[in-house]
Design a protein around this ligand. Structure first.
Ligand SMILES: Nc1ncnc2c1ncn2[C@@H]1O[C@H](COP(=O)(O)OP(=O)(O)OP(=O)(O)O)[C@@H](O)[C@H]1O
Ligand SMILES: [Mg+2]
Length: 255
């Protein structure tokens, strides 16, 4: 099953969530591939992978040129899960895609031959609803949407996200569903966070996971060290929250 972690909002914990659920699913013995579909390459770097030459750009470019073969696609084993890395070159490819016929289906086509090798493919996206994210939607079964607790404007733009998912459903990928939203960087001592979280839960458009990801400096530390939060602080509140989120994901997907 393929799950995209996305929202057009920046800095809300997409990458941290994608890495953490990939790591936790792998820790439970699932076969996992984490796909970095962000030219910033944060998921790649956050997994401790630096200076990677063979990135997702190579197979995507080959597909655009009509000569993709499995040899173009190099996944990297990172302890117990695999990563399809990215780097800034993906930004050039994104610009090229605009004029390509079948541009929405590039990622889907390159994942097709390997998708049954994994129980879960988790895709991390850039903060945009542009063509790369539409590629992720076209390839996916489910979408998980991180939402920042402390931002009063969190749900602003949520309609655009839903509309983009619905358009993809209608035109490209009928099976796509929003699996749920996850509230991130939550400070339980902050009244404002509590009120906003309640507003998000009460909104008719959402189906928010019960698990809330707490604010923790350990999460940022983990990113910086190229470790997953489960490796960096396995008994900490953020790691425990991501474990509980993984329980909910498995329950909702039947995976
Ligand atoms: N639970 C958390 N508590 C505190 N800081 C966090 C938490 N989760 C993530 N962060 C930090 O917040 C910043 C943004 O997180 P992250 O990179 O996961 O967000 P993003 O949505 O992927 O960002 P972008 O839109 O740039 O891709 C990072 O510095 C990260 O280390
Ligand atoms: Mg990110």
């Amino acid at each position: 099953m393929i799950i995209t972690v996305t929202t057009q909002k920046g800095g809300v914990g997409k990458t941290t969530t994608a890495i953490s659920i990939a790591a936790e699913l792998a820790a439970r013995g699932k076969g996992v591939l984490l796909v970095d579909l962000d030219p910033q390459g944060n998921a790649t770097i956050g997994c401790g992978l630096t200076n990677i030459k063979d990135t997702i750009v190579k197979p995507m470019m080959a597909d655009i040129n009509g000569n993709f073969s499995l040899n173009d696609l190099t996944v990297i084993l990172r302890k117990n899960f695999f990563v399809l890395p990215s780097n800034i070159e993906l930004a050039n490819l994104e610009l090229m895609l605009v004029s390509v016929i079948g541009r929405e289906g590039v990622l889907k086509r390159i994942l097709e031959p390997i998708k049954n090798d994994y129980d879960f493919i988790i895709i991390d996206t850039l903060p945009s609803l542009g063509i790369l994210t539409v590629n992720a939607f076209a390839a996916s079964d489910y979408v998980i949407v991180p939402i920042l607790a402390r931002d009063y404007y969190s749900l602003q733009g949520f309609d655009a996200l839903i509309e983009s998912v619905n358009l993809t459903k209608r035109c490209i990928n009928p099976k796509l569903e929003i699996l749920g939203e996850v509230i991130t960087m939550y400070d339980s001592r902050n009244k404002n966070d509590k009120m906003i979280a309640n507003t998000i839960r009460a909104d008719v458009r959402t189906n928010v996971f019960d698990t809330v990801i707490p604010q923790s400096t350990r999460a940022a530390e983990a990113n910086r060290l190229g470790k997953t939060i489960l490796e960096h602080d396995c008994k900490g509140k953020t790691a425990l929250a991501y474990k509980s989120l993984t329980d909910e994901i498995l329950a909702r997907t039947g995976g």
